[in-house]
Design a protein around this ligand. Sequence first.
Ligand code: ASP
Length: 461
Amino acid sequence: MERTRAAETPHKVGKRVKVAGWVHARRDHGKLIFIDLRDASGKVQVVFGDSFKEHENAEALRAEWVVEIEGEISARPEKMVNPDTPTGTLEVKAESMKILARAEPPPIPLGADGYDLDEELRMKFRYLDLRRDRLQKNLSLRHRLNLFLRSYLSKKGFREIETPYISKSTPEGARDYVVPSRLHQGLFYALPQSPQQYKQLLMVAGVENYFQIVRCFRDEDTRKDRQMEFTQLDVEMSFVEREDVLSLVETLLVGLATEFGYELEEQPFPRISYADALARFGDDKFDIRKEKDFRKLGFAWVIDQPLFEWKERENRWDAMHHPFTRPNPEDEHLLGKGEYGKVRSWQYDLVCNGYEVGGGSIRITDPALQSKIFEIMGHTSEEVEEKFGHLLTAFTYGVPPHGGIALGLDRLYSILSDEPSIREVIAFPKTGDGRDLMMGAPSRLMKEQLSELGIEIKRKM
Ligand code: ASP
Protein backbone atom coordinates (compact mmCIF):
# COMPACT_ATOMS: atom_id res chain seq x y z
CA MET A 1 0.00 0.00 0.00
CA GLU A 2 1.26 3.48 -0.83
CA ARG A 3 2.12 5.72 2.11
CA THR A 4 -0.29 8.50 3.02
CA ARG A 5 1.17 11.70 4.50
CA ALA A 6 -0.47 13.18 7.59
CA ALA A 7 -1.58 16.26 5.67
CA GLU A 8 -3.38 14.09 3.10
CA THR A 9 -5.51 12.21 5.64
CA PRO A 10 -8.48 14.67 5.60
CA HIS A 11 -9.02 13.70 1.94
CA LYS A 12 -9.16 10.00 2.74
CA VAL A 13 -11.76 9.65 5.49
CA GLY A 14 -13.32 6.18 5.33
CA LYS A 15 -10.32 4.70 3.49
CA ARG A 16 -7.70 2.22 4.67
CA VAL A 17 -4.27 3.82 4.63
CA LYS A 18 -0.67 3.33 5.61
CA VAL A 19 0.93 6.18 7.57
CA ALA A 20 4.51 6.39 8.80
CA GLY A 21 6.47 8.80 10.94
CA TRP A 22 7.60 9.62 14.47
CA VAL A 23 5.65 9.19 17.68
CA HIS A 24 5.19 12.82 18.64
CA ALA A 25 3.19 12.21 21.80
CA ARG A 26 1.50 9.23 23.40
CA ARG A 27 -1.53 9.19 25.69
CA ASP A 28 -2.31 5.95 27.46
CA HIS A 29 -5.92 5.62 28.55
CA GLY A 30 -5.63 1.91 29.37
CA LYS A 31 -7.90 0.24 26.84
CA LEU A 32 -7.32 3.05 24.37
CA ILE A 33 -3.89 4.36 23.49
CA PHE A 34 -3.53 7.47 21.35
CA ILE A 35 -0.47 8.74 19.58
CA ASP A 36 0.13 11.85 17.55
CA LEU A 37 2.06 10.62 14.56
CA ARG A 38 4.32 13.22 13.00
CA ASP A 39 5.77 13.30 9.51
CA ALA A 40 7.19 16.10 7.38
CA SER A 41 3.72 17.19 6.32
CA GLY A 42 2.15 17.48 9.77
CA LYS A 43 0.56 15.33 12.47
CA VAL A 44 -2.31 12.90 12.66
CA GLN A 45 -3.88 11.12 15.62
CA VAL A 46 -3.69 7.34 15.66
CA VAL A 47 -5.85 5.35 18.05
CA PHE A 48 -5.04 1.82 19.18
CA GLY A 49 -8.37 0.28 20.27
CA ASP A 50 -10.36 -2.86 19.58
CA SER A 51 -9.21 -3.19 15.98
CA PHE A 52 -5.57 -3.42 17.15
CA LYS A 53 -4.63 -6.83 18.46
CA GLU A 54 -1.07 -6.29 19.74
CA HIS A 55 -1.92 -3.91 22.56
CA GLU A 56 1.42 -4.43 24.33
CA ASN A 57 3.27 -3.03 21.29
CA ALA A 58 1.25 0.16 21.51
CA GLU A 59 1.96 0.31 25.24
CA ALA A 60 5.69 0.05 24.53
CA LEU A 61 5.75 3.03 22.16
CA ARG A 62 7.75 6.02 23.30
CA ALA A 63 8.35 9.51 21.97
CA GLU A 64 10.34 9.70 18.72
CA TRP A 65 10.07 6.02 17.84
CA VAL A 66 9.59 5.55 14.13
CA VAL A 67 6.55 3.50 13.16
CA GLU A 68 4.47 2.45 10.20
CA ILE A 69 0.78 1.92 10.81
CA GLU A 70 -2.06 0.60 8.71
CA GLY A 71 -5.65 1.31 9.53
CA GLU A 72 -8.81 3.09 8.57
CA ILE A 73 -9.28 6.84 8.72
CA SER A 74 -12.50 7.67 10.51
CA ALA A 75 -14.18 10.82 11.73
CA ARG A 76 -13.56 11.52 15.43
CA PRO A 77 -16.48 11.44 17.84
CA GLU A 78 -17.82 14.99 18.04
CA LYS A 79 -16.51 15.79 21.52
CA MET A 80 -13.00 14.68 20.51
CA VAL A 81 -12.74 17.07 17.56
CA ASN A 82 -9.83 19.50 17.79
CA PRO A 83 -10.61 22.49 15.54
CA ASP A 84 -7.07 23.89 15.95
CA THR A 85 -5.29 21.33 13.78
CA PRO A 86 -5.92 20.50 10.13
CA THR A 87 -6.38 16.79 10.95
CA GLY A 88 -8.34 17.47 14.14
CA THR A 89 -11.60 16.00 12.86
CA LEU A 90 -10.26 12.53 12.17
CA GLU A 91 -8.09 9.72 13.43
CA VAL A 92 -6.43 6.62 12.07
CA LYS A 93 -7.81 3.47 13.71
CA ALA A 94 -4.71 1.28 13.86
CA GLU A 95 -5.02 -2.33 12.67
CA SER A 96 -1.36 -3.22 12.37
CA MET A 97 1.94 -1.57 13.19
CA LYS A 98 5.60 -2.05 12.32
CA ILE A 99 8.19 -0.50 14.59
CA LEU A 100 10.80 0.84 12.17
CA ALA A 101 13.18 2.26 14.79
CA ARG A 102 13.28 2.66 18.53
CA ALA A 103 14.61 5.92 19.97
CA GLU A 104 16.43 7.01 23.08
CA PRO A 105 14.63 9.78 24.95
CA PRO A 106 15.66 12.99 23.17
CA PRO A 107 18.29 15.01 25.10
CA ILE A 108 16.34 18.19 24.36
CA PRO A 109 12.56 18.58 24.52
CA LEU A 110 11.08 18.83 21.04
CA GLY A 111 7.52 19.80 21.81
CA ALA A 112 7.81 23.53 22.49
CA ASP A 113 9.32 26.31 20.41
CA GLY A 114 12.79 25.69 21.86
CA TYR A 115 13.76 29.34 22.47
CA ASP A 116 14.43 28.71 26.15
CA LEU A 117 16.78 25.80 25.65
CA ASP A 118 20.54 25.97 25.92
CA GLU A 119 21.62 26.88 22.40
CA GLU A 120 24.80 24.81 22.47
CA LEU A 121 22.70 21.74 23.19
CA ARG A 122 20.30 22.65 20.41
CA MET A 123 23.24 22.95 17.99
CA LYS A 124 24.86 19.70 19.11
CA PHE A 125 21.62 17.84 18.47
CA ARG A 126 20.52 20.00 15.57
CA TYR A 127 19.01 17.02 13.73
CA LEU A 128 16.61 16.68 16.65
CA ASP A 129 16.15 20.40 17.15
CA LEU A 130 15.09 20.65 13.50
CA ARG A 131 12.23 18.24 14.15
CA ARG A 132 10.33 20.91 16.03
CA ASP A 133 7.38 22.50 14.25
CA ARG A 134 8.78 26.01 14.28
CA LEU A 135 12.00 25.03 12.53
CA GLN A 136 10.22 22.79 10.03
CA LYS A 137 8.06 25.79 9.15
CA ASN A 138 11.14 27.97 8.79
CA LEU A 139 12.73 25.43 6.44
CA SER A 140 9.56 25.30 4.35
CA LEU A 141 9.23 29.06 4.17
CA ARG A 142 12.87 29.38 3.14
CA HIS A 143 12.33 26.82 0.41
CA ARG A 144 9.23 28.60 -0.88
CA LEU A 145 10.95 31.99 -0.80
CA ASN A 146 13.94 30.66 -2.73
CA LEU A 147 11.57 29.17 -5.24
CA PHE A 148 9.76 32.48 -5.59
CA LEU A 149 13.02 34.39 -6.18
CA ARG A 150 14.20 31.87 -8.75
CA SER A 151 10.98 31.83 -10.70
CA TYR A 152 10.47 35.60 -10.52
CA LEU A 153 13.94 36.32 -11.87
CA SER A 154 13.77 33.56 -14.47
CA LYS A 155 10.55 35.07 -15.81
CA LYS A 156 12.34 38.42 -16.07
CA GLY A 157 15.00 36.84 -18.27
CA PHE A 158 17.69 36.25 -15.64
CA ARG A 159 19.83 33.15 -15.70
CA GLU A 160 21.11 31.49 -12.54
CA ILE A 161 24.78 30.75 -13.06
CA GLU A 162 27.01 29.01 -10.56
CA THR A 163 30.40 30.52 -9.85
CA PRO A 164 33.32 28.75 -8.14
CA TYR A 165 33.64 28.41 -4.40
CA ILE A 166 37.29 27.46 -4.61
CA SER A 167 38.79 30.57 -5.98
CA LYS A 168 40.96 33.56 -5.33
CA SER A 169 40.66 36.28 -2.75
CA THR A 170 37.92 38.76 -3.67
CA PRO A 171 37.93 41.88 -1.57
CA GLU A 172 34.71 42.71 0.25
CA GLY A 173 36.44 44.13 3.27
CA ALA A 174 36.69 40.91 5.29
CA ARG A 175 39.38 38.30 5.84
CA ASP A 176 39.41 35.32 3.47
CA TYR A 177 39.00 31.69 4.32
CA VAL A 178 41.88 29.99 2.59
CA VAL A 179 42.20 26.49 1.18
CA PRO A 180 45.67 25.01 0.78
CA SER A 181 46.49 23.50 -2.58
CA ARG A 182 47.88 19.95 -2.56
CA LEU A 183 48.94 20.00 -6.20
CA HIS A 184 50.58 23.40 -5.88
CA GLN A 185 52.12 23.26 -2.45
CA GLY A 186 52.59 26.59 -0.77
CA LEU A 187 49.83 28.14 -2.84
CA PHE A 188 46.32 28.79 -1.56
CA TYR A 189 42.83 29.23 -2.84
CA ALA A 190 40.37 31.49 -1.09
CA LEU A 191 36.67 30.96 -0.59
CA PRO A 192 34.89 33.91 -2.19
CA GLN A 193 33.59 36.66 0.08
CA SER A 194 31.03 37.09 -2.70
CA PRO A 195 30.95 36.26 -6.43
CA GLN A 196 31.61 39.95 -7.14
CA GLN A 197 34.37 39.59 -9.71
CA TYR A 198 32.84 36.53 -11.33
CA LYS A 199 29.52 38.25 -11.86
CA GLN A 200 31.23 41.27 -13.37
CA LEU A 201 33.21 38.95 -15.63
CA LEU A 202 29.91 37.32 -16.63
CA MET A 203 28.80 40.76 -17.80
CA VAL A 204 31.94 40.97 -19.94
CA ALA A 205 30.98 37.49 -21.17
CA GLY A 206 27.68 38.85 -22.49
CA VAL A 207 25.37 37.29 -19.92
CA GLU A 208 23.51 40.58 -19.26
CA ASN A 209 21.13 39.32 -16.57
CA TYR A 210 22.63 37.07 -13.91
CA PHE A 211 21.49 35.88 -10.54
CA GLN A 212 22.56 33.22 -8.11
CA ILE A 213 21.41 32.06 -4.70
CA VAL A 214 24.92 31.66 -3.45
CA ARG A 215 27.00 31.05 -0.36
CA CYS A 216 29.56 33.68 0.64
CA PHE A 217 32.42 33.16 3.06
CA ARG A 218 33.91 35.83 5.29
CA ASP A 219 36.30 35.34 8.16
CA GLU A 220 35.07 38.26 10.21
CA ASP A 221 35.44 38.83 13.89
CA THR A 222 32.89 36.88 15.81
CA ARG A 223 29.60 38.51 16.49
CA LYS A 224 26.60 36.87 17.97
CA ASP A 225 24.42 36.89 14.91
CA ARG A 226 26.92 36.50 12.13
CA GLN A 227 27.80 33.34 10.25
CA MET A 228 31.09 32.40 8.58
CA GLU A 229 29.09 31.37 5.54
CA PHE A 230 25.87 33.03 4.58
CA THR A 231 23.53 33.03 1.63
CA GLN A 232 22.93 35.89 -0.77
CA LEU A 233 20.66 36.50 -3.68
CA ASP A 234 23.35 37.85 -5.97
CA VAL A 235 22.30 39.85 -9.03
CA GLU A 236 24.14 41.62 -11.83
CA MET A 237 22.73 43.40 -14.87
CA SER A 238 24.22 45.01 -17.97
CA PHE A 239 23.19 48.25 -19.68
CA VAL A 240 21.56 49.54 -16.54
CA GLU A 241 21.64 52.55 -14.29
CA ARG A 242 20.97 52.78 -10.59
CA GLU A 243 17.24 53.22 -11.19
CA ASP A 244 16.97 49.90 -13.05
CA VAL A 245 18.53 47.89 -10.24
CA LEU A 246 16.47 49.60 -7.54
CA SER A 247 13.28 49.12 -9.47
CA LEU A 248 13.97 45.43 -10.19
CA VAL A 249 14.61 44.68 -6.52
CA GLU A 250 11.70 46.78 -5.37
CA THR A 251 9.18 45.06 -7.66
CA LEU A 252 10.63 41.71 -6.67
CA LEU A 253 10.13 42.44 -2.98
CA VAL A 254 6.67 43.94 -3.46
CA GLY A 255 5.75 40.77 -5.38
CA LEU A 256 7.16 38.63 -2.58
CA ALA A 257 5.27 40.57 0.10
CA THR A 258 2.01 40.17 -1.85
CA GLU A 259 2.55 36.48 -2.50
CA PHE A 260 3.44 35.67 1.11
CA GLY A 261 1.00 38.01 2.86
CA TYR A 262 3.17 40.78 4.31
CA GLU A 263 2.22 44.41 4.56
CA LEU A 264 4.62 47.11 3.39
CA GLU A 265 5.09 50.15 5.60
CA GLU A 266 5.75 52.43 2.66
CA GLN A 267 5.72 52.05 -1.06
CA PRO A 268 7.56 53.09 -3.16
CA PHE A 269 10.36 52.37 -0.71
CA PRO A 270 11.60 55.70 0.65
CA ARG A 271 15.08 56.75 -0.48
CA ILE A 272 17.21 58.35 2.14
CA SER A 273 20.69 59.71 1.60
CA TYR A 274 23.43 58.30 3.79
CA ALA A 275 23.97 61.71 5.36
CA ASP A 276 20.25 62.12 6.14
CA ALA A 277 20.09 58.63 7.60
CA LEU A 278 22.92 59.43 9.99
CA ALA A 279 21.31 62.76 10.88
CA ARG A 280 17.80 61.35 11.38
CA PHE A 281 18.49 57.92 12.83
CA GLY A 282 22.12 58.12 13.92
CA ASP A 283 22.74 54.98 11.87
CA ASP A 284 22.54 53.79 8.27
CA LYS A 285 20.45 50.83 9.45
CA PHE A 286 17.11 52.09 10.68
CA ASP A 287 13.51 51.12 11.11
CA ILE A 288 10.85 53.18 9.32
CA ARG A 289 7.90 51.29 10.81
CA LYS A 290 5.58 53.37 12.96
CA GLU A 291 4.45 50.31 14.87
CA LYS A 292 6.48 47.13 15.15
CA ASP A 293 3.63 44.87 14.39
CA PHE A 294 3.81 41.36 13.03
CA ARG A 295 4.08 40.83 9.23
CA LYS A 296 4.93 44.46 8.49
CA LEU A 297 7.98 45.21 6.36
CA GLY A 298 9.62 48.61 6.44
CA PHE A 299 11.93 48.69 3.43
CA ALA A 300 13.99 51.79 2.63
CA TRP A 301 16.88 52.57 0.30
CA VAL A 302 20.01 54.29 1.47
CA ILE A 303 21.81 56.10 -1.34
CA ASP A 304 24.64 58.59 -1.90
CA GLN A 305 27.14 56.89 0.38
CA PRO A 306 30.66 58.25 0.37
CA LEU A 307 32.91 56.27 -1.98
CA PHE A 308 35.72 56.03 0.56
CA GLU A 309 36.04 55.82 4.29
CA TRP A 310 39.20 56.66 6.16
CA LYS A 311 40.70 53.69 8.00
CA GLU A 312 42.43 55.27 10.96
CA ARG A 313 44.26 52.15 12.09
CA GLU A 314 45.59 51.35 8.62
CA ASN A 315 46.14 55.03 7.80
CA ARG A 316 44.57 54.73 4.36
CA TRP A 317 41.39 55.21 2.38
CA ASP A 318 39.26 52.16 1.89
CA ALA A 319 36.20 51.54 -0.28
CA MET A 320 33.02 52.00 1.67
CA HIS A 321 31.27 49.25 -0.35
CA HIS A 322 33.95 47.57 -2.44
CA PRO A 323 36.56 48.91 -4.85
CA PHE A 324 34.44 48.18 -7.95
CA THR A 325 31.82 50.76 -7.01
CA ARG A 326 31.51 53.65 -9.40
CA PRO A 327 31.94 57.21 -8.14
CA ASN A 328 28.99 59.49 -8.81
CA PRO A 329 30.03 61.18 -12.08
CA GLU A 330 29.15 64.57 -10.57
CA ASP A 331 31.88 64.06 -8.00
CA GLU A 332 34.49 62.34 -10.14
CA HIS A 333 36.49 65.56 -10.58
CA LEU A 334 37.15 65.55 -6.81
CA LEU A 335 39.33 62.46 -7.27
CA GLY A 336 41.77 64.55 -9.29
CA LYS A 337 41.87 67.15 -6.50
CA GLY A 338 42.59 64.55 -3.83
CA GLU A 339 39.32 65.31 -2.03
CA TYR A 340 38.55 61.65 -1.63
CA GLY A 341 36.34 61.98 1.43
CA LYS A 342 33.85 64.14 -0.47
CA VAL A 343 33.21 61.79 -3.36
CA ARG A 344 29.74 60.23 -3.35
CA SER A 345 29.34 56.81 -4.88
CA TRP A 346 26.74 54.93 -6.86
CA GLN A 347 26.21 52.53 -4.05
CA TYR A 348 22.80 51.66 -2.66
CA ASP A 349 21.84 49.72 0.43
CA LEU A 350 18.50 48.26 1.38
CA VAL A 351 17.31 48.23 4.97
CA CYS A 352 14.31 46.44 6.40
CA ASN A 353 12.94 46.73 9.93
CA GLY A 354 16.20 48.12 11.22
CA TYR A 355 18.56 45.70 9.49
CA GLU A 356 20.69 45.99 6.40
CA VAL A 357 19.34 43.36 4.03
CA GLY A 358 21.09 44.27 0.80
CA GLY A 359 23.65 46.36 -0.95
CA GLY A 360 25.07 46.93 -4.36
CA SER A 361 26.31 49.48 -6.80
CA ILE A 362 26.82 50.55 -10.36
CA ARG A 363 30.36 49.45 -11.26
CA ILE A 364 33.42 51.06 -12.66
CA THR A 365 34.07 49.88 -16.22
CA ASP A 366 36.91 52.21 -17.16
CA PRO A 367 40.20 50.37 -16.48
CA ALA A 368 42.03 53.66 -15.87
CA LEU A 369 39.49 54.80 -13.27
CA GLN A 370 39.53 51.35 -11.66
CA SER A 371 43.34 51.47 -11.39
CA LYS A 372 43.12 54.95 -9.89
CA ILE A 373 40.70 53.71 -7.20
CA PHE A 374 43.06 50.87 -6.29
CA GLU A 375 45.92 53.34 -6.12
CA ILE A 376 43.96 55.66 -3.77
CA MET A 377 43.31 52.65 -1.57
CA GLY A 378 47.05 52.20 -1.30
CA HIS A 379 47.68 49.26 -3.64
CA THR A 380 50.93 49.29 -5.59
CA SER A 381 50.67 48.69 -9.31
CA GLU A 382 52.27 45.23 -8.83
CA GLU A 383 49.59 44.33 -6.29
CA VAL A 384 46.86 45.56 -8.58
CA GLU A 385 48.23 43.48 -11.43
CA GLU A 386 48.55 40.39 -9.25
CA LYS A 387 45.12 40.70 -7.59
CA PHE A 388 42.94 42.33 -10.21
CA GLY A 389 44.87 42.08 -13.47
CA HIS A 390 42.31 39.64 -14.90
CA LEU A 391 39.47 42.12 -14.36
CA LEU A 392 41.33 45.09 -15.76
CA THR A 393 42.37 43.05 -18.79
CA ALA A 394 38.78 41.84 -19.27
CA PHE A 395 37.63 45.44 -19.30
CA THR A 396 39.83 46.14 -22.33
CA TYR A 397 37.80 43.68 -24.45
CA GLY A 398 34.43 45.41 -24.56
CA VAL A 399 32.70 45.76 -21.21
CA PRO A 400 29.06 46.79 -21.01
CA PRO A 401 27.98 49.28 -18.34
CA HIS A 402 26.73 47.18 -15.44
CA GLY A 403 25.63 47.11 -11.85
CA GLY A 404 24.08 44.79 -9.34
CA ILE A 405 23.14 44.03 -5.84
CA ALA A 406 23.12 41.26 -3.26
CA LEU A 407 20.38 40.59 -0.74
CA GLY A 408 21.35 38.83 2.48
CA LEU A 409 18.81 36.04 2.52
CA ASP A 410 19.48 34.71 6.02
CA ARG A 411 18.68 38.09 7.51
CA LEU A 412 15.73 38.75 5.20
CA TYR A 413 14.28 35.32 5.90
CA SER A 414 14.70 35.72 9.65
CA ILE A 415 12.65 38.93 9.42
CA LEU A 416 10.00 37.21 7.28
CA SER A 417 9.86 34.29 9.73
CA ASP A 418 9.67 36.71 12.65
CA GLU A 419 12.75 35.08 14.15
CA PRO A 420 15.17 36.94 16.39
CA SER A 421 18.27 35.27 14.99
CA ILE A 422 19.48 34.16 11.55
CA ARG A 423 20.43 30.83 13.14
CA GLU A 424 16.73 29.99 13.32
CA VAL A 425 16.40 30.03 9.54
CA ILE A 426 19.63 28.17 8.69
CA ALA A 427 19.49 24.38 8.80
CA PHE A 428 22.97 23.88 10.21
CA PRO A 429 24.32 27.14 11.60
CA LYS A 430 27.55 27.57 13.49
CA THR A 431 27.93 29.08 16.91
CA GLY A 432 28.90 32.73 17.26
CA ASP A 433 32.55 31.70 17.49
CA GLY A 434 32.43 29.55 14.39
CA ARG A 435 32.07 26.04 15.77
CA ASP A 436 29.86 23.33 14.36
CA LEU A 437 29.00 21.51 17.57
CA MET A 438 27.19 18.72 15.78
CA MET A 439 30.02 17.79 13.40
CA GLY A 440 32.77 18.85 15.76
CA ALA A 441 34.34 21.35 13.39
CA PRO A 442 36.90 22.81 13.22
CA SER A 443 39.01 19.77 13.93
CA ARG A 444 42.60 18.59 13.64
CA LEU A 445 43.97 17.06 10.46
CA MET A 446 45.92 13.84 10.39
CA LYS A 447 49.68 14.06 10.01
CA GLU A 448 49.46 12.49 6.53
CA GLN A 449 46.95 15.07 5.36
CA LEU A 450 49.16 17.90 6.56
CA SER A 451 52.24 16.49 4.94
CA GLU A 452 50.42 15.99 1.61
CA LEU A 453 49.60 19.68 1.75
CA GLY A 454 53.14 20.58 2.74
CA ILE A 455 51.90 22.18 5.93
CA GLU A 456 53.55 22.10 9.32
CA ILE A 457 51.71 23.28 12.41
CA LYS A 458 54.11 25.53 14.27
CA ARG A 459 52.30 25.68 17.56
CA LYS A 460 50.85 22.60 19.25
CA MET A 461 47.25 23.30 20.21
N1 ASP B 1 29.23 41.85 -3.70
C1 ASP B 1 28.46 42.78 -2.94
C2 ASP B 1 28.23 42.25 -1.53
O1 ASP B 1 28.38 41.07 -1.29
C3 ASP B 1 27.13 43.06 -3.52
C4 ASP B 1 27.20 43.81 -4.80
O2 ASP B 1 27.88 44.83 -4.89
O3 ASP B 1 26.52 43.36 -5.74
O4 ASP B 1 27.87 42.99 -0.64
